[in-house]
Write a protein that binds this ligand. Structure first.
Ligand SMILES: [Zn+2]
Length: 392
C-alpha cells in the first residue's frame, strides 16, 4: 500500500493547535470588547440594579460623553430621565438622536416613539399627537394609538377618539364597542346641552348600534324627550333600560317620578317605582319612591314602605329613612328624641351610599360613566354600596 499510516499521526496535534489559536483569538476579542466599555458603564448598571437611578444617570452620562455612538445607551438614559421626571433632559436626549443623519430607520422609529412619550408626559399634547401619528404602519403603531386615545379623551375630542378606537379594534383584534358607545353618548350629551335634539338623537342611535345594551344611551334619549317636553316619550325611553340592564333603573328613578308628575299621573309613577324596587332593589329607587310616597300619600305610608324594606334588607340607610318618615308624623314631645337618634345614625352613614368603581375601588357620591380614578368606562356599579370604606 502506497499510503503510509504515519502521515495520520500529527493530525490530532494539528487540530489541537488550531483550537488553541481560535480560543486565543476569542479571548483577545472579548478582552478588547470589555476594555472598550468604560468602567462608568458597569458602575451605572450597578446603580440601576441597586435602584439608585440618580447615580446611574451620572455614570451613563460619562459613557455617552466618552462614546457618543452608543445609541441604545442614549435610549436607556432618555427613559431614565423621563421616569425621574426630568422631562427636559429626556426630550433633549431623544431630540439629539433624531437630529443624527446616520440614525438607522428602526432606531429613528424608536426615537420618535420615545420623544412622543416625553411630550405626552410634559403635557405638550399637540406635539405628542403629531409624533404619535407619525408612527402609523410601524412597529409602535398599536402602542401609539393607545397614547393617542388617551390624548383625545383628555381633550374630549370624541370624534377622533371614535376613529382611533376603530383602528385599534382592527389592529389589536379586541372589541371596543362599549368605549365607542360612550364616545357617541358624550357627543349626544354635548348636542343636548346646545339643545340640538336631532343631532343628539343621531348620536344616541349610533351608540345603540355599537352597543344595544347601552343604558346610558336610553337615559340620554329620555333626557332629550324630556327637554323637548314630551314626557310620555321620555318615560318610554327610560323604561327601555329594564330590558337592557335593570340595575341602571335606579339612576333614572327620580326622573321617572318627575315625568309621571308632569303628565299628571303620580299614582302610576308610584306603582312603576314600587314594582322596580320590588324586583331590582336599589337605594336610589327606594329614595325616589320614599320621596314620592311621603309627598303624595303621607308619612304613614312612607314609614310602612321603609319598615317593609328594613324587614327585607336591614341597613343603616334604611333606618335613616324610617326615622325621617317618623319625624314628619311625630308629635312635638317625641320629636326631640327622634332628632337625636337620627343625628347619631346620620353621622354613621355619611360615608355610606357611595358608588364604587369595580376596577380600582374609587368611591364617589356621584355616578360616573368614566372612573376619575382609573379612567375606565362603565366600571361603576349603578348600585350604591352600603359598606364603609375599606370593605367590599
Ligand atoms: Zn376606577
Amino acid at each position: 500500500m502506497d499510503f503510509e499510516l504515519w502521515w495520520l499521526l500529527p493530525i490530532p496535534a494539528l487540530f489541537f493547535a488550531m483550537g488553541w489559536i481560535a480560543a486565543r483569538i476569542d479571548i483577545k476579542h472579548l478582552l478588547r470588547e470589555s476594555r472598550a466599555l468604560p468602567l462608568s458603564y458597569f458602575r451605572g448598571l450597578n446603580f440601576l440594579l441597586n435602584e439608585q437611578p440618580d447615580k446611574a444617570i451620572e455614570s451613563f452620562i460619562e459613557v455617552v460623553k466618552v462614546d457618543p455612538q452608543t445609541i441604545d445607551l442614549h435610549f436607556a438614559l432618555g427613559n431614565l430621565f423621563r421616569r425621574q421626571g426630568e422631562i427636559d433632559r429626556a426630550i433633549r436626549m431623544h431630540q439629539n438622536l433624531l437630529d443624527r443623519p446616520d440614525l438607522p430607520a428602526d432606531k429613528r422609529q424608536t426615537a420618535v416613539f420615545e420623544l412622543a412619550q416625553d411630550f405626552h408626559r410634559a403635557g405638550l399634547l399637540d406635539r405628542a399627537e403629531e409624533l404619535f401619528s407619525r408612527l402609523d404602519g410601524g412597529p409602535f403603531e398599536v402602542q401609539a394609538l393607545g397614547f393617542l386615545l388617551q390624548i383625545y379623551e383628555q381633550e374630549k375630542d370624541w370624534q377622533k377618539a371614535i376613529a382611533t378606537t376603530k383602528r385599534m379594534e382592527a389592529l389589536a383584534k379586541r372589541p371596543y364597542f362599549k368605549e365607542i358607545a360612550h364616545y357617541y353618548c358624550e357627543l349626544a350629551q354635548n348636542a343636548l346641552l346646545r339643545s340640538q335634539f336631532d343631532d343628539a338623537r343621531q348620536f344616541i342611535e349610533q351608540a345603540l348600534a355599537e352597543y344595544k345594551l347601552c343604558a346610558r344611551a336610553a337615559m340620554l334619549l329620555g333626557d332629550v324627550e324630556s327637554q323637548r317636553g314630551d314626557h310620555t316619550a321620555a318615560i318610554a325611553a327610560w323604561q327601555r333600560i329594564e330590558s337592557q340592564n335593570p340595575a341602571f333603573l335606579g339612576l333614572v328613578a327620580d326622573r321617572l317620578a318627575d315625568a309621571y308628575r308632569k303628565i299628571g299621573d303620580v299614582a302610576q309613577g308610584i306603582r312603576v317605582l314600587r314594582s322596580y324596587e320590588d324586583q331590582y332593589p336599589s337605594l336610589d329607587s327606594l329614595t325616589a319612591l320614599f320621596n314620592q310616597i311621603l309627598a303624595h300619600e303621607g308619612a304613614e305610608s312612607a314609614t310602612q314602605l321603609i319598615k317593609d324594606e328594613l324587614a327585607r334588607n336591614p341597613t343603616l340607610l334604611g333606618l335613616d329613612k324610617l326615622l325621617e318618615a317618623q319625624l314628619m308624623a311625630a308629635p312635638a314631645d317625641r320629636r326631640h328624641d327622634l332628632e337625636l337618634v337620627k343625628g347619631l345614625v346620620g353621622q354613621h352613614i355619611k360615608r355610606l351610599g357611595m358608588y364604587r368603581c369595580e376596577n380600582c375601588g374609587f368611591r364617589a357620591k356621584q355616578y360616573y360613566w368614566r372612573c376619575p380614578g382609573c379612567g375606565k368606562w362603565e366600571t361603576y356599579s349603578p348600585r350604591r354600596t352600603e359598606s364603609p370604606d375599606g370593605f367590599a
